[in-house]
Design a protein around this ligand. Sequence first.
Ligand code: HMG
Ligand code: MG
Length: 300
Amino acid sequence: SYPKHVTIVDVSPRDGLQNESMTVPTAVKQRLIDDLIAAGVKKLEAASFVSPKWVPQMGDNSALLEALAATRQSDVSYSVLVPNMRGFENAIVHRPDEIVIFGSASETFSQKNINCSIDESIERFAPVAAAAKAQGIKVRGVISCTVGCPYEGEIDPSQVAYVTKRLVEIGSEQIGIADTIGVGTPLKVQRALQAALEYADITMMSGHFHDTYGQALSNTLAALQMGVSEFDTSVAGLGGCPYAKGATGNVATEDVVYMLHGMGISTGINLDKLVVAGERISEFLGRPNGSNVARALINK
Ligand code: HMG
Ligand code: MG
């Protein structure tokens, strides 16, 4: 049966912008986040605390978090990605609500994305998770390439089970199943989820689906049918990963919200206001809005 309420985690300020070639000013990111919150978004990924040499677009992470402090909403969860203790130390001064540690079910993607093996990444994440917990900050793990990898092709579900096990062991309270390059189809996504469920409860799971092959909304529904009630989505369908060539945006928040509301599932989000948020950032980036629902509502 379907959940009655779904938590939407808008990842556009992070996943949506990390891959942009143009420099997005901190003030524009701040406005995007303000617009998302005005639309009723209660959880978002504000930034990542990774190396600015690797991902220049996230180089203003501290400046952004500092700017956000003035209007920080107590009922909104601000998450940040952290790959290692260096990132944690930079992030912690801003008191994020949640730390996201991000691993991979593919060895090669792990090397390309965070410059270490899967097992080494767990060793780096363990002190991050422990330090976050000691400070009362939530820890969520996300696993990239759970169905397919740009370097290795299809990924065996046993790899997803293994990484889930390791992340849960070091204290990850939630596990995100990511289809980094959007190659997944519903039954494959369900198999990846099923594998993770060997070591994690369904209430811990979330879905993170890129829409490269147009499968992300179907994959969202497939996860929803298994009882997953949290999804990472990106307004206007922005997104991509600099270390996953050809990967396009995440499933559009507007499209997921429209589907959920149409199914009688609440999100707390106002779709019209969400469309405004997506239009503003698309206009700034000079891109067509990547959400079907947004385009339909605008042209109505
Ligand atoms: P490394 O080079 O192996 O790290 O990078 P290192 O520890 O050897 O340090 C090298 C230099 O980087 C040093 O500086 C460190 O201080 C610095 P130097 O002495 O040369 O001047 N450094 C840092 N600086 C700032 N913040 C840090 C940090 N760590 C080291 N946290 C590292 C390892 C992980 C840092 C690097 O590989 C990296 O930043 N990778 C970027 C990964 C990334 O952001 N990818 C995109 C996000 S993941 C994603 O999009 C997938 C997701 O959406 C789910 C999905 O769709 O699949 C989540
Ligand atoms: Mg992603």
